[in-house]
Ligand binder design. Structure first.
Ligand SMILES: Nc1ncnc2c1ncn2[C@@H]1O[C@H](COP(=O)(O)OP(=O)(O)OP(=O)(O)O)[C@@H](O)[C@H]1O
Ligand SMILES: O=C(O)c1ccc[n+]([C@@H]2O[C@H](COP(=O)([O-])O)[C@@H](O)[C@H]2O)c1
Length: 204
C-alpha cells in the first residue's frame, strides 16, 4: 500500500520586517507545489547577516505571526529562536524531520538571490538530502540558477527547482529605509505589521 506523503513548505528568513513579497511568494509556491502548509521560520541569528545589526528576534517573530494569521495554510515556528548560535537551516530541517516523521517532504522556499549563496550554506550536501529547494524569481536577480544547479550535479537537478512567481520589487532593506525617512510603507507590509512598526518605533 502506498502512503501519501504530506508536503510542508519552509519559508525561512530574517523578516526584518516581513513584507508582501515574502507572503505572495510563499502562497504562490504553496499553490503550485500543492503544499499542505507553509511554516514561516524567523531566523534568530541569520548566518549571512552577521555583519548587520538585526532587530531583536521577538519583534520579528511577532510581526511574522501578525502577517500570516489570516492564511489558514500559514504557520510560524519559533524553532530557531529557542536555539543558541547561528540559525543553520540544516539544524532546523533535521529537527522538523524529527518532529513530523519521515512521511513528510520538506520544501525550503527561497528567493533567487538567496539560492545563489546555497553552496556556502552549512552542511549543504546533507541539507539537500533532507529537503527540496524552490527558488522563486525576484526582481533584480536575473540569474537562471543554472550555475547553482550545476554546482551540485545530480543532487542539484533532483533537489533545486525554480518557480516563476509574481515579481514584487520589495525588500526589508527598502522598508527600513522608508521608515527611517518617514515615508509610507502602506501596502508593502500588512496593515497589522505597519501599525506594529510605528507603535514600537522600529527602524527610526
Ligand atoms: N520580494 C521578494 N520576492 C521573492 N523572494 C523574496 C522577496 N523578498 C525576500 N525574498 C526571499 O525571502 C527570504 C527571506 O528574505 P529576507 O527576510 O532576508 O528579506 P529581504 O527583503 O531579502 O531582506 P533584506 O533586504 O534585509 O536583505 C529569502 O529567501 C529571500 O530571497
Ligand atoms: O544554513 C545556512 O548556512 C544558511 C545560510 C544563509 C541563509 N540561511 C537561511 O536562509 C533564509 C534566508 O536568509 P536571509 O539571510 O536571506 O534572511 C533564513 O532562513 C536563513 O537562516 C541559511
Amino acid at each position: 500500500m502506498s502512503v501519501v506523503k504530506s508536503k510542508i513548505g519552509i519559508m525561512g528568513g530574517t523578516f526584518d520586517p516581513i513584507h508582501i513579497g515574502h507572503l505572495v511568494t510563499a502562497e504562490a509556491v504553496r499553490i503550485e507545489y500543492l503544499l499542505d502548509k507553509v511554516i514561516f521560520i524567523p531566523a534568530a541569528n541569520p548566518p549571512h547577516k552577521q555583519d548587520q545589526q538585526v532587530t531583536p528576534a521577538m519583534h520579528r517573530y511577532i510581526m511574522t505571526v501578525m502577517a500570516t494569521n489570516s492564511n489558514p495554510y500559514f504557520f510560524v515556528s519559533d524553532i530557531e529562536l529557542e536555539r543558541p548560535g547561528l540559525s543553520y537551516t540544516v539544524d532546523t530541517v533535521t529537527r522538523l524531520i524529527g518532529r513530523f516523521g519521515a512521511q513528510t517532504d520538506f520544501y525550503c522556499i527561497t528567493g533567487a538571490d538567496a539560492i545563489q549563496e546555497l553552496p556556502t550554506w552549512e552542511k549543504v550536501h546533507e541539507l539537500l538530502e533532507l529537503c527540496h529547494f524552490i527558488a522563486a524569481t525576484r526582481p533584480g536577480c536575473n540569474s537562471t540558477l543554472d550555475d547553482v544547479i550545476t554546482h551540485f550535479g545530480l543532487q542539484g537537478r533532483k533537489r533545486i527547482h525554480r518557480l516563476a512567481t509574481p515579481e514584487l520589487e520589495i525588500s526589508s532593506t527598502d522598508i527600513r529605509d522608508r521608515v527611517k525617512n518617514g515615508l509610507s510603507i502602506k501596502y508593502i507590509v500588512p496593515e497589522s505589521v505597519e501599525t506594529y512598526i510605528l507603535k514600537e518605533g522600529l527602524y527610526r
